[in-house]
Ligand binder design. Structure first.
Ligand code: FMN
Length: 409
């Protein structure tokens, strides 16, 4: 499977095309929308999330509630587009007159108040794609970079990930996440939550499993807001019910740990990740790190610990996937950092685009989508077929085969 996304942050909308998704999978818009809404929550989000209420539109690849095996196209409209039509118009000629770059200053209604938007941005924000993108493409207007580099794109990734989750659920795989740290405040342990616990956590301010920590995190964000600061944090993403043997020890580019790392690091703002014990394990003796192997006829092979985080030798080992992920503080600061104006060459203060103070709870939902995508693709590679029943049959054969019996030994 593969997917491609398109769309600018303040353009008409976001589109994704998914290729290779099997036929005969039942998909409802509501299932996708639930995931989109999970990404929009979290205390500390900016005005944009109040404007947008993301909803998926099915364009192709689905008929009468079931996938066809043909490319699936989904779209999410940007409600804010109406306010940005002049700034983001693809036409050289807007309203009968040719706009010079930087000439357009529109007033848009967001957060129930009027805001002035600068059409052309020439002061790159440290921590963003602005400067590198401008140098790479030879742009002087940074809006040509920032509109696409914006994490708004992750909305449609979550839509794509929802398709992956729907497929994985047919094989008993569940993916969830929760926040462990916002700024300096920590709460909860990296562990698998029950479905009920996950639902409860999703409704909390920061998607953190520790109620007291949620309140402390709120104080931390309120303080950051007063100081014109932004915050990062840490979350855990997990997957349960995953069969052993996904990925490969044979080739570097088929190792599942590598594929998961690439997918998660590709999320804007994500700067580090650990599988299982990760960095802590590096300082411990091997006997305390590696997970002894046990067997019972009922459970098959199992471990009493999961320090490896469900991956050994680039393959799943049948234990839950446990990944811890670090997100840097949001780079747009209301007290802008020093930068250089690309047109004047003068030292100035970085531009401010409407921004979140922290987006760790939302990033965790995006990471779920990326993990779901990589796992769904791994299932299709191992049990591949054109339709769900065909894939299901191969999966059932495999799960029987890997049970230890004398004739299988
Ligand atoms: C869900 C989500 C929301 C984000 N919201 C913002 C935001 O409002 N303002 C901002 O400056 N950065 C935001 N970011 C982070 C930036 O997009 C990111 O730091 C930037 O594109 C540079 O990429 P890099 O940090 O991966 O180098 C967000 C990231 C995610 C995952």
């Amino acid at each position: 499977m593969r997917f491609i996304t398109a769309g600018e942050s303040h353009g008409p909308g976001l589109t994704a095309v998914i290729e290779g998704y099997p036929a005969l999978v039942e998909v409802e818009q509501e299932q996708i929308n639930r995931e989109l809404q999970r990404r929009q929550k979290g205390y500390g989000r900016g005005g944009r999330m109040k404007v947008e209420k993301d909803e998926v539109i099915f364009i192709s690849g689905i008929r009468k509630g079931r996938t066809l095996g043909s490319p699936i196209t989904i779209q999410i409209k940007n409600r804010d587009w109406a306010n940005w039509a002049a700034v983001m118009s693809p036409l050289a000629d807007v309203n009968g007159r040719r706009e010079k770059d930087g000439e357009t200053r529109v007033r848009i209604e967001a957060d129930q108040r009027l805001t002035t938007v600068q059409s052309e941005v020439t002061a790159p924000r440290p921590g963003h794609a602005d400067l590198s993108g401008a140098l790479k493409y030879g742009f002087s207007d940074l809006r040509n970079v920032l509109e696409r580099a914006s994490a708004r794109e992750t909305a449609v990734r979550v839509g794509v990930g929802a398709f992956a989750k729907i497929l994985l659920a047919r094989f008993g795989v569940f993916i969830g996440s929760h926040v462990l740290q916002i700024g300096r405040v920590c709460g909860g342990e990296p562990r698998v939550l029950s479905a009920r616990e996950q639902q409860v956590v999703d409704e909390t301010l920061f998607r953190c499993s520790d109620p007291a920590a949620n309140q402390e995190m709120k104080k931390e964000v309120d303080l950051a807001a007063k100081q014109g600061e932004s915050l990062g944090g840490i979350f855990t993403v997990y997957a349960t019910g995953v069969v052993p043997g996904l990925g490969s020890h044979v080739h570097w580019d088929r190792r599942l740990d590598g594929l998961l790392a690439q997918a998660i690091i590709s999320i804007p703002g994500i700067k580090g990740l650990e599988f299982g014990l990760g960095f802590v394990g590096a300082g411990m003796p091997g006997s305390a790190v590696h997970d002894p192997i046990y067997y019972t006829p009922e459970r098959g092979y199992y471990r009493k610990t999961n320090h490896a985080g469900g991956l050994e030798g680039g393959m799943t080992n049948g234990e839950p996937l446990m990944i811890k992920v670090a997100m840097k503080p949001i780079p747009t600061l209301y007290n802008g950092l020093p930068t250089v104006d690309l047109c004047s060459g003068q030292q100035v203060t970085a531009a401010v685009e409407r921004s979140d103070l922290t987006a760790v709870p939302a990033a965790a939902v995006v990471a779920e989508a990326m993990v779901a995508w990589v796992l769904a693709d791994a299932y299709l590679q191992k049990f591949g077929g054109d339709s769900l029943p065909e894939i299901h049959a191969a999966w059932q054969r495999y799960t029987e085969m890997i049970k230890w019996r004398p004739e299988n030994a």
